[in-house]
Design a protein around this ligand. Structure first.
Ligand SMILES: [Zn+2]
Length: 212
């Protein structure tokens, strides 16, 4: 069977799922003349990178069902995801992130009054807020602030003394890990003229930050 790059490109456009590409740029808190360990106090960046959304893209997300050796990505472990995109559309760089905006995952966390930030960056909805005595009522006792990703306790409502638990959903967020492959030399393709390099690109979606 002949591989048809145009068919695959069409599949990504029609069947792919939407994600947000979040681009990483090195933070100016990092002075290359100094030791990296000195930068821990910065609250603008994550792992020395400042993240900025580049908008919605489409790609095909596939779950890895068993450990496999990928020619470009190396060993991929069960439970990780691969993301295939049209190469020219999403020029991923090292430390870039991907948010799977059509998916939601559950999370349960313990928070305390005055430190009411949810642990994930892209929460969708708060399901339950409680402590051992009370289940608190949304919009009576608290509000979900989806701009600042936190629980806001309302005046006049019930509130926990200190520690409480939150159940919520969030869009899963991954680091995009790939090799940053450059297009190879133009190749003739029958009926289509010249094709520049590989039309698609597959990267690994990892919950673990890339090294270095
Ligand atoms: Zn920083």
């Amino acid at each position: 069977m002949v591989f048809n790059p145009y068919g695959f490109k069409l599949a990504i456009i029609t069947m792919g799922e939407e994600f947000t590409w979040v681009k990483a740029m090195p933070c100016d808190c990092y002075d290359p003349r100094q030791n990296y360990d000195a930068q821990r106090g910065c609250d603008v960046c994550d792992h020395g990178q400042v993240y900025e959304s580049q908008g919605t893209q489409k790609g095909i997300v596939e779950a890895v069902k068993r450990d496999m050796l990928h020619p470009d990505l190396g060993w991929i472990q069960m439970g990780e995801l691969t993301l295939t995109t049209i190469q020219a559309d999403v020029p991923f760089g090292k430390f870039d992130k991907v948010v799977l905006t059509q998916r939601a995952e559950f999370e349960r966390e313990t928070l305390s009054r005055g430190a009411d930030d949810l642990g994930h960056t892209y929460p969708v909805a708060v399901i339950e807020v409680r402590d051992s005595d009370t289940i608190y009522v949304q919009d009576t006792d608290y509000e979900f602030d989806d701009v600042n990703n936190q629980i806001d306790w309302l005046d006049g409502g019930d509130a926990p003394d200190n520690v409480y638990s939150v159940e919520y959903t969030h869009q899963p967020e991954y680091w995009h890990i790939g090799r940053g492959l450059q297009p190879s030399a133009p190749q003739p393709a029958a009926g289509f003229g010249m094709v520049i390099g590989k039309p698609t690109r597959t990267g690994l979606l990892s919950l673990t930050a890339p090294e270095g």
